[in-house]
Write a protein that binds this ligand. Structure first.
Ligand code: ADP
Length: 406
């Protein structure tokens, strides 16, 4: 699937690279050509004017450094050359072929065999009422050869650029695809894990319901174990679906916080009070140490969810008579929240993975309370979305401590 995209991106990158190089080459050629001929044309125009002034006996600025390749030919109206000023011997070209086609004071190209010229011609009416044509020419073979070399090198450069462009394009395309590929794989894994997790409670609900339907005459009391299993699995399913939805929305950045300034210590008290009842029921020691006032700008509901996840885990993974301590206070500029327990702890190998989606420790997996392995992923998302940090310290058999700083 990514191969096609890789090829398309390579092609796109290569085309852009090639286009840039070609445009640069074309501009360089145009600039050189312009520079070369602009100077020659200016010389020709000035020389023609100088010559005309000289023939009319008018004063004119004389070139300080005349171009040795510039030649002047004076023609009469019968196309006869009557004067030639220049260093090229006359017999080098058939002089009559140089006669200008246009006498308009503009510079034109002139070609005789392999010889190339820039040429300008002006007409002069002498004091004896004789009409003459003054033509100024300059051989441009050397300049054209230089430009030809430049053109050849630019074409070679473009060919090399095609190869480089293909290589660079491929490399850039590969690099830009890496994060997309990783995100895609993570998404695939997420969907696969989610389907797997959903299948188990669904299968339990299905078989238990089939059992109920097979014996329609039995009473609810007789069938209460099956009914309570269906109820438990339905709750688990509902929790799982809502967790999946939270994570999927957080992935696509659809989930925003409902921020508000509120008393965080009050919220911690509220949540702690609920868990006090649970502690009594399970014979846990539950210590609460909250020092307020603690004001926080955040999403009250999400932070409530975070506290429930951390405390729920602490109670879940701590055997009866174990101790759970909830601490919340201000430390410098930070709000410091800690949930510590004396429970089963987390092994060194599991510790880096507990915030991963669907990760459940071996011991957690064997428990019947049906965790989903998504709680801590959601907790981490909530903390990070609030600009905070979550960390964990744990020793197997001794307990775990989760610390959050906002
Ligand atoms: P769940 O609790 O539903 O399995 P979580 O994402 O909340 O999923 O936790 C992931 C794993 O981290 C748990 O399966 C468990 O192995 C480990 N864990 C989390 N909290 C604790 C804790 N307080 N004590 C021991 N292990 C914990």
């Amino acid at each position: 699937m990514f191969r096609k995209t890789l090829l398309r991106l390579t092609l796109q990158n290569a085309i852009v690279f090639l286009l840039v190089v070609s445009l640069l080459g074309a501009w360089l050629y145009w600039f050189m050509e312009n520079q070369q001929f602009k100077k020659i044309d200016q010389t020709l125009i000035l020389r023609a004017e100088e010559m005309k002034a000289e023939m009319l006996g008018e004063p004119f600025f004389i070139f300080p450094d005349p171009d040795p390749l510039v030649e002047v030919i004076v023609w009469d109206v019968k196309q006869k050359e009557i004067r030639k000023i220049g260093q090229t011997p006359i017999n080098i070209y058939n002089i009559s072929q140089l006669y200008p086609e246009q006498v308009d004071g503009k510079v034109h190209n002139l070609r005789i065999g392999s010889l190339q010229f820039r040429s300008i011609a002006v007409s002069v009416l002498t004091s004896q009422d004789e009409e003459l044509i003054v033509q100024v020419i300059r051989n441009t073979n050397a300049e054209l050869q230089l430009l030809g070399e430049l053109r050849k090198n630019i074409v070679i450069g473009c060919c090399v650029a095609i190869l480089i462009a293909a290589g660079v394009g491929y490399y850039l395309a590969r690099r830009s695809l890496v994060p997309i590929q990783q995100a895609w794989q993570a998404q695939q894994q997420f969907v696969a894990d989610a389907s797997h997790e959903l299948r188990t409670p669904l299968a339990v609900i299905q078989t238990r319901t089939e059992l109920l339907l097979r014996n329609p005459k039995q009473t609810i009391e007789e069938k209460s174990p099956d009914i309570s299993t269906i109820y438990r699995e339905t709750r688990r399913l509902s929790k799982l679906v809502s967790s999946l939805l939270t994570l999927a929305r957080s992935d696509s950045n659809q989930l925003e916080l409902n921020r508000d300034v509120f008393d965080f210590d009050q919220l911690v008290h509220e949540v702690a009070d609920h868990f006090k009842e649970l502690a009594e029921l399970n014979q846990h020691q539950f210590h609460v140490d909250i020092s307020g006032p603690l004001t926080l700008n955040g999403d009250r509901e999400r932070l409530h969810q975070l506290l429930v996840i951390l405390l729920d885990n602490a109670f879940k993974y701590t055997p009866p008579s174990g101790t759970i301590t909830l601490t919340c206070r201000k430390k410098g500029n930070e709000i410091y929240l800690q949930v510590a327990d004396t429970g089963m702890g987390i092994s060194k190998e599991d510790l880096p993975r507990i915030f991963d989606r669907f990760f459940r420790g071996d011991q957690a997996r064997t428990r019947s309370d049906g965790g989903t392995g998504l709680g801590l992923s959601i907790a981490k998302w909530i903390v990070e979305k609030h600009g905070g940090k979550i960390s964990v310290q744990s020793k197997p058999g001794k307990g775990s401590t989760f610390t959050v700083r906002f």
